[in-house]
Write a protein that binds this ligand. Structure first.
Ligand code: GYE
Length: 314
């Protein structure tokens, strides 16, 4: 008789490194790509037990999730903080429990560096600076002298108090001083979602008849803005009236650049899974890790999008 089939070769739970991931939410294409990168990396095959909490863009849900992971005595907590402030107490609890915390993507505000082991993410302020150069170049490509004409700008901001929002808003505001002829008419949060981006853009279009530029602090809000602009009978993109500068450079944004709707996109890389894995593996091996690590990023113009889209991973 055939032998009873042996149980599939699985590692014992105790051999796996238990990682609790506190995610921001599912608000954007960037976020979905980030979640996928984490899920594909922290597999049992790779030696991990992985659990993720989607905090639905609520910082208090993230704090609760950290406490749950402390209760479960995970080996590592990976935190993508929604907003920057208010982490000292709960991260102190993780430290007291001896659980290393790795922060990913956005940053926290703290005066105590020992509350986290390492951080990896983007330099959001640099992205804001890059967006100013990108806009100047996009205007030139349309035959507009960025130093000469009056340029009316509105900004769709990300989740207020998140480092992605703070860095992009502040970086842009600081560097745009190089162009005294640029005027920021208004800035409002669309919470990094397409739906709210569209709502805010609709109200901007009602309040300001003369918008030249939209800065969208992520691609999904740019998609909402494009819908609002078209619904209002206006045009955008390299051949349109309103110049659109966006952040993230996800695949759908390349498609929007190819379609002629977005002028330029400042890249933000969400593929943090392998980076966090490397940090954990080094810690497991008793090696030191960089406390702060920035990811290198690029800027992409609509005219190049068709050639580049094939090589994009997210
Ligand atoms: O730009 C946005 C997402 O924190 C870098 O969060 C991330 C931002 C990203 O919702 O699309």
């Amino acid at each position: 008789a055939p032998a009873a089939s042996a149980p599939a070769e699985t590692k014992e739970d105790k051999d796996l490194i238990y990682v609790g991931f506190v995610q921001v939410g599912a608000e954007s294409d960037w976020r979905m790509a980030n979640t996928k990168s984490m899920q594909e990396t922290f597999t049992e095959e790779n030696g991990f037990k992985f659990e993720m909490v989607d905090a639905q863009q609520k910082t208090d849900k993230q704090i609760t999730a950290i406490r749950d992971f402390i209760q479960k005595d995970v080996d590592y907590i990976v935190l993508a903080p929604n907003t920057e402030a208010g982490w000292d107490t709960v991260l102190g609890e993780a430290r007291d429990a001896g659980i290393p915390v790795i922060i990913v993507d956005r940053m926290i505000q703290t005066s105590d560096d020992s509350l986290f082991t390492a951080w990896v993410g983007s330099n959001f302020k640099q992205e804001g600076y890059d967006a100013v150069d990108a806009l100047a170049e996009a205007l030139k490509l349309k035959g507009i002298d960025p130093k000469a004409e009056e340029i009316n700008i509105v900004t769709l901001q990300g989740t207020m108090g998140s480092s992605a929002q703070i860095g992009r808003t502040d970086g842009f505001a600081e560097k745009m001083k190089e162009y005294p002829n640029w005027k920021m008419l208004d800035r409002q949060s669309g919470d990094f979602t397409q739906e709210k981006g569209q709502e805010v853009m609709e109200s901007f279009l009602k309040s300001y008849p003369d918008i030249d530029v939209v800065i969208a602090e992520n691609d999904n809000m740019a998609f909402g803005a494009i819908n609002a602009i078209k619904a209002a009978g206006k045009t955008c993109g390299p051949n349109g009236d309103i110049t659109i500068v966006s952040f993230d450079a996800v695949k759908a944004a390349f498609e929007a650049m190819i379609a002629g709707d977005i002028d330029v996109d400042v890249e933000c890389n969400p593929l943090h899974g392998p980076r966090v894995k490397e940090i954990i593996e080094k810690l497991e091996a008793g090696q030191t890790v960089d406390k702060i690590a920035y990811v290198k990023e690029d800027v992409f113009f609509a005219k190049d999008a068709a050639n580049i889209i094939g090589s994009r991973q997210y």
